[in-house]
Ligand binder design. Sequence first.
Ligand code: GLN
Length: 521
Amino acid sequence: MSKYIFVTGGVVSSLGKGVSAASLGALLQSRGYSVHVRKFDPYLNVDPGTMSPLQHGEVYVTNDGFETDLDLGYYERFLGVKLSRTDSVSGGRIYWDVLNAERHGDYLGATVQLIPHVSNKIKEYIGRPTDTDFVICEIGGTVGDIEGKIFLESIRQFANDVGRRNVMFAHLTLAPYLEQSGELKTKPTQMSVRRLLENGIQADVLFVRSPRMLTPDEQAKIGMFCNLPAKNVITSMNVDNIYKIPLVYEEQHVFDIMAEHFDLPIANGDMSKFHKIEDYLNADLPTCTIGMVGKYFDVPDAYKSLNEALFHAGVQNNVHVKIKKIDAEHFSFDDCKDIDAILVPGGFGARGVDGKIAAAGYARENNIPYMGICLGMQVAVIDFMRNVVGDENANSTEFSKTCTPVIDIMADCNKDNMGGTLRLGAYPCDIKPNTLAARIYGGEHISERHRHRYEMNIAYKDVLEKHGMIISGMSPDGKLPEIVEIPSHKFFIAGQFHPEFQSNPFTGHPLFNAFIAAAKK
Ligand code: GLN
């Protein structure tokens, strides 16, 4: 049976539970243990994909085509785990399942109640079998939230069901610093731990977010009030980069706390991959500037995975990557003066699309490295069709009823999808030998994640290729162009998918690594 770590948070939201949970996973992995992650969000939306990105940032897409919030991205990047729709569970999903079961008659007319019906459903999701040594479950929200109560009750029961030694409760809190008195205040932490206790949960380890390290006295005081050995009170320092957190925990012997709790042998971990990132961050390196021609810049974290993927590629190339945000709606060639490469990310709707087409054209004409992602591929094709092939009517049917629908909804391309009319999740792609894509990926078969409705229209393949834009990646059935490139250009490549969802800080992603290498050059 897997062992479980539940991560809860108190005092305030946004303490970085996801990063802390991922860091615990990293410490376990560094000692050779396998880890799976699940996230439980008490809110009532049935699935996170329908929540506004204006409130929640980017929509992250899993291999199995689940649209989820960006926290799952942290887990996949940090831990290399592949998550699916059953690993991101909202309160709405739980109630939906329970009420559907009730309508279906599954409870045989019994009174349907929070306990046991809802709590059992939550436990069912928590306990779905995995083949990993550990399952780390993040419980969203803040202790004391009304909607979160049933989740706390369920994890309490779960620990009782499987045995207290198979479950560890990790709790994140905040120690505010009072400038005037120069003090770090521990009372909110005490109150938060007490609130957990009201739910029958004794925290086994505390991660106290703080601007400086807690002193031994402060650790002892918190430990005394919270029923913990002082050594189990860990400082979760504010750091300038999230990949430093596992090192902060490693220095404070957090693995030893887990080892003691779960009765594991004490072992040293190999944290070198995190040290490598730390060294990179501290190094005096040249900078390259990527012009990102997008339109969701006022939404925090709208391009989260993309920014991450560019950072990862910077680590691989020993260069600091600066992102210059260029508003597609007001794009002008002047925006491109001080940049080393152009990237056009994904997007929906006509707003700003002319600027994106112009940006792709500018990169093409001026031999500036170009990478297009999803809509960024579509605009590159539209530009090429208009300005190289010479068909000024070329467009996507997303934007106009054109007589040259070089981007269109393809009749049979959405047959396997699982969410409305979007093509969602991982799809295979065959790479054409002796192309830039083949050199970058170093293989003939790849899999990348999608989230789009429109496709490049295969009917235009021959005319595009005749004029110098080739299709170097194709769906295995030969119907959907997945990658285009311009061989005569220094570096011009675009994909119908979102490679950023599969990048990680330790190896980067081949496409981004190659793009940043080209920008650096
Ligand atoms: N709007 C385009 C489509 O639906 C591109 C989507 C995207 O970039 N993710 O096909």
